[in-house]
Design a protein. Structure first.
Length: 328
């Protein structure tokens, strides 16, 4: 059929040709049953709406009408059969399809209006809508990769190799999926990211006080989620054969084999979901803002009194209540 067609077009054309051959028989059969492993092509034959494969659906209706005129009580069925499951007719069709792909000149290129002519012609079939849709999708995918590549760090994010969405993530809840993709890109609720974007004063982990809360810390080291981490990495090793020490979180989140384990981990933890307020997080000191303000005002008043008598000390003394909080 030429390079301007897709496998979808070939499957639709095959169904149409089968109906055409049945309508051209000298004796019209009582029943016509066509088997195909292409579910999309079968669905296309059931509709004549505009879109890829429409011309074949219209031709199929014409051949069905001819069969019914010849034998009004004829039964016509198009049935699906599984591919590569030992079905004799399907296996033979696959064999012929491979021969046609390896030796495309053996039967020539199909003519759009003269299917009986099998000689090779100079021009292939016009570009099909299915072909155009695929080319547009590939162009959009390339542009999206280029756009994302310029806005993400390769250290934090690995571009997927496939255009197909991750099935495990797609079937999860919206809340879990959003956390998954936020963590995957690195634009997520971690101390490191929030500190970098000026939304948190320090990158410290608000669960264990580790100095920098990164994705690796949350998935591997944070003692708050040790039981869940153990389950996560056991499942990852079962699926991939690689232990925790051989993974970077960037690669973990990009590997489809690990997606379900990561989703289970997120569903049982607050990683990427809960960010305590700064006041709640500051448990190192029990000092309230009011106490600090009052102390500074007292020191300021004392400094004014001391200004007339001599120099101010380089450092003000630490208040008792702050020292006590530090010892705790």
């Amino acid at each position: 059929m030429g390079n301007n067609q897709e496998a979808y077009d070939a499957e639709c054309a095959a169904l149409t040709r089968a109906l055409e051959l049945a309508s051209q028989r000298n004796t019209t059969p009582e029943r016509v049953t066509i088997f195909s492993d292409a579910q999309a092509a079968i669905r296309r034959m059931a509709s004549d709406e505009p879109g890829p494969g429409q011309q074949y659906a219209l031709q199929a209706r014409k051949h069905i009408a001819a069969l019914r005129r010849s034998r009004p009580g004829i039964v016509i069925e198009v049935r699906w059969c599984p591919a590569h499951k030992g079905v004799a007719g399907n296996e033979k069709a696959d064999e012929w399809a491979k021969i046609g792909a390896e030796k495309p000149g053996t039967r020539g290129v199909e003519w759009p209006n003269f299917p009986a002519r099998t000689e090779v012609r100079g021009a292939p079939l016009p570009r099909s809508l299915a072909k155009l849709k695929r080319e547009i999708s590939e162009k959009k995918w390339a542009e999206a990769r280029q756009w994302a590549g310029g806005r993400t760090s390769k250290k934090k994010y690995r571009m997927p190799n496939s255009q197909k969405p991750d099935g495990a993530v797609a079937n999860s809840s919206k809340r879990i999926a959003s956390r998954f993709y936020q963590l995957k890109t690195g634009h997520c609720l971690t101390g490191q990211y929030l500190n970098r974007t000026k939304n948190r004063p320090t990158p410290q982990c608000w669960w264990c006080r580790y100095r920098t809360q990164t994705r690796d810390h949350l998935f591997k080291e944070c003692p708050e989620w040790k039981p869940q981490q153990k389950i996560l990495w056991a499942e990852v090793k079962k699926e991939t054969g690689k232990g925790k020490d051989r993974w970077k979180v960037r690669d973990l989140l990009a590997d489809g084999r690990c997606s379900q384990a990561v989703l289970d981990f997120l569903s049982t933890t607050d990683v990427g979901r809960r960010v305590p307020g700064v006041e709640e997080d500051d448990a190192v000191s029990a000092v309230s803002e009011l106490e600090v303000r009052e102390w500074l005002e007292e020191q300021g008043a004392g400094a004014e009194e001391q200004d007339a008598g001599g120099e101010l000390p380089l450092f003000l003394p630490t208040p008792d209540f702050m020292a006590a909080a530090g010892e705790e």
